[in-house]
Write a protein that binds this ligand. Sequence first.
Ligand SMILES: [Zn+2]
Length: 266
Amino acid sequence: MLDETGQADLADHAPETGHSQTPEAGHYHDPATGHSRPPRREFKARGSFTERCPGCNLPVLNCLCPYRVNAESEARVWLITHPLEHLKPTNTGRLIRDVLPDTEVFTWYRTVPDERLLALLDDPRFAPFVIFPDDQPDYADRVVDMAVVGEVKASGRTPVFILLDGTWRQARRIFRKSPYLDRLPVLPLATTRLTRYRLRKPASQAHLCTAEVAAELLRQSGDEHAAQVLDDYFDAFNVSYDASRRYEKLEQPTAAMRRLLACQGE
Ligand SMILES: [Zn+2]
C-alpha cells in the first residue's frame, strides 16, 4: 500500500546496466519452429541479470536467509495479495510469513473469491479485521479501534489482521470489490511512524509498507516480541536489498541483524 499512482513500483528499481536479457522486438524466434514470435515482456527485466538466492529471492550478494527467525504471536495476519504484487521481489508481505508461519496468503481475483478464505472468515475461532483507513463516510459504522482487538482476545478468539497487499490503488480496489469483506470490522492503523522502506518510492513517508503495517499492528495489540522480530527482519531485508542494488557487499551485520542472530540461539 505505498504509492498512489501505482507507477513507481512497476519497475524493480535495480540500477540500469545498459544491457538486458530481454530479446529485442522482431528478433525472437520459437526454438521449435523457427517462426518469429511476439517479444516476451519480462515483468522484472531490469532486475533479471541479478543472481538471486532461491531461499529468500534477494540478490545473493547480501542474502537474507541467515537472519530468518520465527516468532509467535497471539494475533494472526492474513494477506490478500494483488496478483501483480506476488511477482515483485520488493514485496514485503512475504516477510510476514517468514516470521509468523501461521500467516495466510491469498491471491485476490475480483470475480473469483478464494474458497479457503471464505471458509476461514466463517470460522468462529477467528475474529478478522480489515486493515484500512477510516477516511470515507460510507463505512464509518464498521470502524473500530485497537481496544476491540483486546476484547476479542479476552473472549478467547484469535484476532486476525487482514492486510490488502498491493499498491494503494490496488488495495482500495480490493477493499471496494470484495463483497465478503463488507461485513467485517474496519481497523485503521493509527501511527505517527514514518516508513523506512527504501526499495519503492512512497507517495508519502506516512505510507508504511505491508511488513511495517503488520509490525505496528502486532506492537499495538500486545505482541511486542513478534513485532520486534518482524521489524528487525524487515530492516535486514530493506538494508540488504538496498545495498545489493548499489552492488555493495555488507561487511558487518547491522544492529537489527545482530538481534535476529541472537534470537536464533534462544
Ligand atoms: Zn537467501
